[in-house]
Ligand binder design. Sequence first.
Ligand code: GDP
Length: 594
Amino acid sequence: MTAELQKVEIPPQLTVRELAEDLNVSPIAVIKELMNNGIMASINQMIDFDTAAIVGEEMGFEVVPVQEEEPEPAAELEKAVSLRHQFIENEDPANLEPRPPVVTILGHVDHGKTTLLDTIRHTSVVSGEAGGITQHIGSYQVVVDDRKITFLDTPGHEAFTAMRARGAMVTDLVILIVAADDGVMPQTKEAIGHARAAGVPIIVAINKIDKPNANIEKVKQDLANEGLVPDDWGGDTVCVPISALNNIGIDDLLENILLAVEVAELKANPNRPAQGTVIEGKLDEKRGVVANLLVQNGTLKQGDLIVIGTQYGRVRAMFNDRGQKIKKAGPSMPVSTLGMPEVPQAGEIFEAVKNKKAAEALVEEHLQEAQTSRTQARAPMSLEDFLTRLEGEEVKELNLIVKADVHGSLEPIINSLQTLGDEQHKVHIVLQGTGNISESDITLAVASNAIVVGFNVSVDEAARRTAELEKVEVRLYRVIYKLIEDIDLALKGLYEPVYEDRVIGHAEVRATFKVGRRTIAGSYVTAGKFTRHANVRVVRDRELLYTGEVSTLKRFTEDVEEVAAGYECGISVEGFDDFQVGDILEAFVRERVN
Ligand code: GDP
């Protein structure tokens, strides 16, 4: 009697690893069996059903095809694709055609971003067009196996996130470059945070493998610690060892890019007026305003009228990344254009329109939008209104960027933060890291609507200015439990800001006079200062008579913002006209202390 063979269901295609898992044997055993059959395969190599069946049967299994459902694209990719829909959401799917992916390279300084961009560019020039002198236009296209890939060639996550903060979403995939002799460094972690916050999938290029002290395994360990588990460790992060300098592994990297984006089905409608994003804008002495654009939907043609923000102009001339004059550019194609009246900013959206009337109408619309956003101001996320801001959303996530002085304090903070909340109220750590709060932290906060919390760190000057301008809430703590408590209260909707009064100056009333129905206190500032926006306590014979806001503050007949000690001024106080000579005025401001 022969033992019944164990039945195993196998999909039409699978990797060696997956086959080993399905058969419940070691991948090495599968690789050996493949070798016996003359097939040299690596662990992540795809094999087809027939090959898998031969291996399986030789190993004593009965192999049958599985009725595979359409494979779900990875959640990450799905998210990235939905972001990409900013231009094509209203398109009829019937009009959509595949477009090349747009890739950004991020990583720690000196890990080889620029070298990799150069190597890719010079080894994979668009076929048949070689020989042209490459032009820096902020992005370029290469051809791999007859398929195009567009690289944004402004490395650095600041540029990446600055663009995103302006609402532009151009990247489909991030290549995270990590030097094998250095491992995961602070900016590598930042880059991971930025890519994750954008919902863009990551492929890792482990660079400088030619160096004698290269340690690929250590890089993989570092990556796994950051939640990017390499595929040969059983995770789903593709890691490709390369030497950007010596052109090793670059083809493999490009192949992997194409594989990764295949599932995302990147599409656009080439048969409509162009839409896309400004990659760079500059003023050229000879040629005037140069706007380097990435077409994301439609086709841009020479002579098209385009609107960028509140300006419009005709595309007088158009060049590709090799400086060649071109007449039209389809989706994912980077172009350099001449003809705009003003230098546009990176991250601004451009749109081609039919005629001048349509251009003017769109400009008017943008002006109106700018007007409303100025008057309403961007509504930033803040601790106190966290719950109200997310009214109606099923899961309310408080996005945080957490910076601490040392790793030893960061870890307990993150661990405690992650235990807060419940199913519906959660903390989402967009980025964690050590060091002062930088401008790039703030741009990331803008882009991901996050609050920045710092523990025993300070805020860089540029970061402080940007935070003020963009109204990003930055909170600094010296006590861990206080930090955790505030976030906990915010999640529970109990967070109440605490205000304290701070006295800023004293004055003595030396004369009073009437102007219309109001009484002005002619006063002498004895200490500190008085300001236009301060509150005032009126004290007579050590008794508090009245508290109110300054309504006018004058030196002689001039309205002034503030008056310092040693000067005289005229003060009137909202709702109070009963000043007497000898009254003491105390100016104070209300300040938030938590
Ligand atoms: P970036 O700051 O990330 O743009 O890094 P760069 O591309 O400027 O590279 C920093 C340094 O590393 C330069 O001196 C490069 O020549 C060197 N470098 C880049 N890639 C490799 C590589 O694969 N092997 C070696 N040995 N050096 C490399």
